[in-house]
Write a protein of this length. Structure first.
Length: 261
């Protein structure tokens, strides 16, 4: 079968589908998540807790403890727990979480202060959690640009095709960049807000709670809502059999890699 002009028609493999692409994305995030955790764990140890990481997939352990520095009249009113997040036994964040109840109003207040390796209070550490979207985008750019598939897509037998040259393995630089920029465009505001809060809190003195304005809180809420709605829009586009916006803009399509190709 040929198209007009005698050129052979392209028979596209079937589309990847929502669940296959979603699972591939989860695998890719786990790959980046492990790499980032390993990096932050090394930086945490090298800087004595001056760098930490809080990521989307996060778990922590807490236990009651006595802390140095609680002779301060304000801090002594709190009941303290030492909490930590670790990566294969290596800490990536350590902090003290305090709770105090006002005897008259019965209102509870909480306080979180970063700790060094010896359990002492320290100035606030720099939280690198905002980097995860940027690192994920860079990882996908390199993998899809070179191989037309990431590790997650490889596991799920998915291939990113250039619509104008579907036999090509690897995307051109412009297409690869355009695809990732548009794909993560909806997450950019949340990333910038996360970076703003991280650097605003960095090196603040212990026992100092940052007082965020209503405008800052509203901007953070809007950024988070935009990221959520962007994800829903992309997912619904795929679910209804349409190309998501990043594939439409880049001129790419994600298809199942058939064994006879």
């Amino acid at each position: 079968m040929t198209e007009e002009g005698g050129e052979p028609a392209v028979t596209w493999p079937r589309p990847g589908g929502l669940w296959r692409r979603l699972l591939a994305s989860l695998i890719d995030y786990l790959v980046v998540f492990v790499a980032l955790y390993a990096l932050v764990a090394a930086l945490f140890l090298m800087t004595d807790g001056a760098v930490k990481g809080s990521f989307w997939l996060n778990w922590r352990t807490c236990q009651s403890a006595s802390l140095r520095g609680t002779d301060d009249p304000v801090l002594s009113r709190y009941d303290w727990q030492v909490c930590a997040t670790s990566f294969f036994g290596l800490p990536v964040a350590r902090w003290a979480a305090g709770t105090s109840t006002d005897p008259q109003s019965k209102a509870a207040t909480t306080l979180s202060i970063d700790l060094d390796s010896k359990g002492n209070f320290r100035t606030a550490a720099l939280d690198l959690g905002f980097l995860q979207v940027l690192v994920l985008a860079a990882y996908l750019l390199l993998m899809e640009g070179a191989f037309s598939r990431s590790l997650g897509k490889g596991v799920l037998a998915l291939f990113v095709h250039d619509e104008s040259d579907w036999h090509r393995e690897g995307l051109g630089l412009r297409k690869a960049v355009r695809r990732q920029v548009v794909k993560f465009l909806g997450y950019l505001p949340a990333t910038l807000v996360g970076a703003f809060f991280a650097f605003q809190a960095w090196k603040t003195a212990p026992a100092t709670l940052l007082d965020y304005s209503r405008l800052e809180i509203a901007v953070a809420f809007i950024a988070a809502a935009l990221a959520f709605l962007w994800s829903c829009w992309v997912a619904l586009s795929i679910a209804f059999g349409n190309e998501p916006i990043h594939d439409r803009v880049a001129g790419t399509t994600v298809r199942v890699l058939e064994t006879d190709q």
